[in-house]
Design a protein around this ligand. Structure first.
Ligand SMILES: [Zn+2]
Length: 150
């Protein structure tokens, strides 16, 4: 059961990372998942808003066959790769340590590093805000480890 929870957290965190992956280079606000402020999930080319199953992590890849259902543009495979790789690391983390206080902070760091390299792969630059968040998370984890073992 905990195994499933860990995998689900991985997919959800990975899915959240794709929002940043899309929006940081465009300097769009990050609050878009709430429908009141910002935008609902939408196709970045034709702007058509997406139905629930069209942006659901990983499964959306099956329902849309890697293309937008409205304009047919190919969806960047990095979205699915971010979700699947974060899930994979979440499972590894669970196998290594189980779910403890380090799980959320380690998963966030994994997410942040995944995002950093995905953005580097796409745009050939490291985004300062993602580097800063990664360093902060690493500091938090070192602090947690120190606290745990002394
Ligand atoms: Zn479209």
């Amino acid at each position: 059961m905990e195994f499933v929870v860990a995998a689900l957290f991985g997919v959800l965190f990975g899915n959240y990372a794709t929002t940043y992956y899309h929006r940081i280079p465009l300097r769009k606000p990050i609050n878009g998942l709430s429908k009141k402020k910002g935008q609902v999930p939408h196709c970045s080319v034709c702007g058509h808003s997406l139905k629930f199953y069209e942006y659901f992590p990983v499964l959306s890849w099956i329902f849309t066959r890697g293309k937008c259902n409205y304009c047919g543009v190919k969806i960047d495979p990095v979205y699915a790769i971010l979700e699947i790789s974060t899930m994979f690391f979440a499972i590894l983390l669970y196998i290594a340590r189980g779910i403890d206080l380090l799980f959320p902070s380690c998963l966030l760091l994994i997410c942040s590093l995944n995002l950093l390299f995905a953005l580097y792969y796409k745009h050939s630059k490291f985004y300062r805000q993602v580097v800063v968040v990664s360093i902060l998370l690493a500091v938090i984890i070192f602090w947690q480890l120190h606290y745990e073992f002394t």
